[in-house]
Write a protein that binds this ligand. Structure first.
Ligand code: PLP
Length: 347
């Protein structure tokens, strides 16, 4: 098998650039557990300003951001309302149940986005037979929804209903900054409706490690307890946090290039007979290859033999993600490979 030359598998595959590595190696560090790491403190300050929140906490992963939020909000037997496609429901090894005893109430949204009416109908009435509805989760952008963007109006309606009913509002903003760059709505505006919001530095922003969870001072004080208990308190974490500081400074606006590349990929795929492709809103392109009578796994295998890596999302669906390490000419080459593989399958 040839080596992978074009990696559209995920934006988690980005590698720190030479400049980022240089910046990281010069980072000032201290004991993060004692909040004495100047680089982590600087990052926390940047995140508070970006999201308009009182306080924030640096964590090893986005998964831990979600799990800490559930732990703060839920007691065993409580319920979390989210779209059926939510990352925390599928890819966090049952964390809500294992770590917080929480149940999930899944809603069937469109491209990962449910309506205010669906949400309202899911909230449990006060009755001791029912679990308590504790929090609503919005994933911005929706990963399994194909990088789709939650409209501000829907967010506003859902968070207002949540508030009326005493539920907390949590945003999984793993790719919030993709939504910000694509929509022109500021991160602060999106975040303003939520009690807790986090962003991931290790996706399209291109840092090697980490995420930050933001909220009120009281929320973050609680979050610190669980960070310790879950083993997420660190020591000289400034080394890795520096990658995030660098990413927030240099890699946000450039996300627009990833979105343009995704659009270019979409346009090329739309011209290939037999491929059904969804128009991308950010950096993800989902397409269906059912017409070729082979599985997405097999299709991805044929692409990999030609040096192109993609991921599969179900029996006949394929996902391609653009990011920092993908150029326009990579996309041109990716389209050439896909056309070649499709022609071969048709023969
Ligand atoms: C990647 C991702 C996570 C988990 O983040 P990690 O940093 O990989 O733990 C959570 N939610 C969404 C939507 C993601 O894409």
């Amino acid at each position: 098998m040839d080596e992978i030359r074009i990696d559209l598998y995920s934006d988690t595959h980005t590698k720190p650039t030479a400049e980022m590595r240089r910046f990281m190696s010069n980072a000032e560090v201290g004991d993060e557990q004692q909040q004495a790491d100047p680089t982590v403190n600087r990052l926390v300050q940047m995140v508070c300003e970006l999201l308009g929140k009182e306080d924030a906490i640096y964590l090893p992963s986005g998964t831990m951001c979600n799990q800490i939020a559930w732990r703060v909000y839920c007691r065993a037997g409580d319920e979390l309302i989210m779209d059926t496609t939510a990352h925390t429901r599928h890819f966090e090894t049952g964390g809500p149940a294992a770590l917080s005893g929480a149940m999930v109430f899944p809603l069937e949204g469109k491209r990962g986005i449910f309506s205010a009416d669906q949400f309202k109908a899911a909230i449990r009435p006060e009755n001791r037979h029912f679990p308590r509805s504790r929090a609503v989760l919005i994933e911005q952008t929706s990963n399994l929804g194909g990088g789709s963007i939650w409209p501000l109006e829907t967010i506003r309606e859902i968070c207002a209903i949540a508030r009326e009913n005493g539920l907390a509002c949590h945003m999984d903003g793993a790719r919030l900054l993709n939504a910000v760059v694509a929509s022109g709505v500021s991160a602060k505006e999106y975040a303003s409706y939520f009690d807790s919001v986090w962003i991931d530095f290790s996706k399209g922003l291109g840092a090697p490690v980490g995420a930050a969870l933001a909220g009120s001072k009281q929320f973050i004080d609680e979050a610190w307890r669980w960070k310790h208990q879950f083993g997420g308190a660190m020591r000289q974490a400034g080394i890795i946090a520096a990658g995030a500081v660098y990413a927030l400074t240099h890699h946000v606006e450039r996300l627009a290039e990833d979105h343009e590349n995704a659009r270019f990929l979409y346009e090329g795929l739309a011209r290939i007979e037999g491929i059904e492709v969804d128009p991308p809103q950010t950096n993800m392109v989902f397409f269906d290859i059912a017409a070729f009578g082979i599985s997405s796994e097999r299709f991805a295998g044929l692409l990999a033999e030609c040096g192109l890596s993609v991921s599969t999302i179900g029996a006949t669906r394929v996902r391609a993600v653009t990011h920092l390490d993908v150029t326009r000419s990579h996309i041109e080459e990716a389209l050439d490979i896909i056309r070649k593989v499709v022609a071969k399958i048709k023969r």
